[in-house]
Design a protein around this ligand. Structure first.
Ligand code: PMP
Length: 412
């Protein structure tokens, strides 16, 4: 699907055609996004919002158009609810700081889940430490799904916010965020969704989900690095204090004190990444031209095909096997050593698999995937993770499976 739009896919790695299966870490960029970056710096680069001159007005217009494009893409009520950030990590750190100031007191509680990326754990740990609050997590069931009954029991009068990943970056599993939002809202507790792994792969509608906040990264959705989004419901953003001070986020600065700008600028201190926002808009337009439903269906086909191929290999263990996934599969491989008496199996270190795959031109990710609590729960040193983008095809998976079988043989 649309492979020719991504120039990097023509690259060779170690003399082999590139098979890029590390999309959960970052996606490749279509020509339209590359062109947008060159266009911005070639034709209208200028600092935004404060300029009376032509280029500054063009740049301002482009940045605000991009904000509207993002708002439409996730179906926000207003573009004032879209705050540009550096990415998901930056968005969650900003939110954690502001929530800490507004809502957290000694003994209060924040809930995350047992399968979060570090960027949806550590900012909450930091703010909990600062405010002497407590970070709780929803435990996992044996099948690695979230224990919703346990979540229900965790919610109490001290809970101030719930923050969960929509799609696990390790397992690819889709979390029941609608149920989580409903249960939290029954107690008037706001919910943040980490959409880093969902927004690139499926239609995410913040009004349908009724989430209070959503964080995601441009670079995982065919856009550039250094741009991301924190969506927040207006009623929350209006109450939350800014997390950073500087230019742009102020109304007036006097020695006697400062008043803050209106939404969304209150949360955008300093010169924003206006080239990044423009290129992100081009990435969104690219995804929309393919169609979010088509992307989702295509990636589901790839995931199902890959999981079926993997499960046919002796010694491959897939995590959360058989559960619906959004373009990510994690697994481990056992070596197959037979002597005349018995078969001995041993876990091959994921790093060794990744290295041998790389030598065959196949890019996958290995290790803890910035989710150490989950990897600890799996009781393994890490996993091998393949993750798909809209440009991958069944041939990529065939090449990957051949390369994996060769790696397993070499390491057995
Ligand atoms: N959350 C999840 C679920 C992720 O997969 C990632 C990226 N691996 C992040 C957060 C962090 O994203 P970024 O590094 O773009 O800030």
């Amino acid at each position: 699907m649309n492979r020719q739009d991504f120039p990097i896919l023509k690259e060779q790695v170690h003399g082999q055609p590139l098979v890029y299966l590390d999309n959960a870490a970052t996606s490749q960029k279509p020509q339209a996004v590359l062109d947008a970056i060159v266009e911005a710096y070639t034709h209208w680069n200028s600092n935004i919002h404060r300029g009376v001159h032509h280029l500054s007005q063009v740049a301002t217009l482009k940045h605000e158009e991009a904000r509207r494009a993002v708002a439409d893409f996730i179906h926000a009520r207003s573009s004032d609810e879209i705050i540009f950030t550096k990415g998901t990590t930056d968005a969650i750190n900003a939110l954690a700081f502001s929530v800490g100031e507004l809502l957290l007191h000694e003994g209060d509680e924040i809930i995350v889940s047992g399968l979060e990326h570090h960027s949806n754990i550590v900012p909450w740990q930091m703010v909990c430490e600062r405010k002497k609050a407590v970070l709780r997590h929803i435990p996992l069931r044996e099948d690695l799904s979230l224990d919703i009954e346990a979540f229900r029991a965790l919610l109490n009068d001290k809970t101030r916010l719930v923050s969960v990943a929509h799609v696990s970056n390790v397992l690819g599993t889709i979390q029941p965020v609608e149920t989580i939002v409903r249960l939290a809202h029954e107690r008037h507790i706001p919910v943040c969704i980490d959409g880093a792994q969902s927004v690139p792969h499926m239609r995410v509608d913040v009004q349908a989900l009724d989430c209070d906040f959503l964080a995601f990264s441009g670079h995982k959705m065919y856009g550039p690095t250094g741009i991301g989004v924190l969506y927040g419901k207006r009623e929350w953003l209006e109450q939350l204090p800014p997390h950073e001070g500087g230019g742009e986020m102020i109304n007036h600065v006097r020695w006697s004190g400062t008043t803050y700008n209106e939404l969304p600028y209150k949360f955008e201190a300093g010169t924003p990444n206006f080239v990044g926002s423009y290129a992100l808009q081009k990435a969104i337009e690219y995804m929309q031209s393919v169609g979010m439903e088509a992307i989702e269906a295509h990636e589901r086909e790839l995931t199902d095909y890959c999981e079926a191929q993997l499960s046919a290999i002796d010694g491959v263990h897939i995590y959360a096997a058989g559960q619906p996934k959004a373009g990510v599969i994690s697994f481990n491989v056992q070596s197959q050593i037979s002597n005349h008496k018995s078969q001995i199996t041993n876990l091959i270190h994921p790093f060794d698999i990744g290295t041998l795959l790389d030598q065959q031109g196949v890019a996958v990710r290995t290790g803890h995937h910035c989710a150490e609590p989950l990897i600890d729960a799996l009781a393994v040193p890490g996993t091998v993770r393949v993750s798909f983008g809209l440009y991958n095809d069944l041939h990529d998976i065939d090449l990957f499976i051949q390369a994996l079988q060769k790696a397993q043989m070499m390491l057995s």
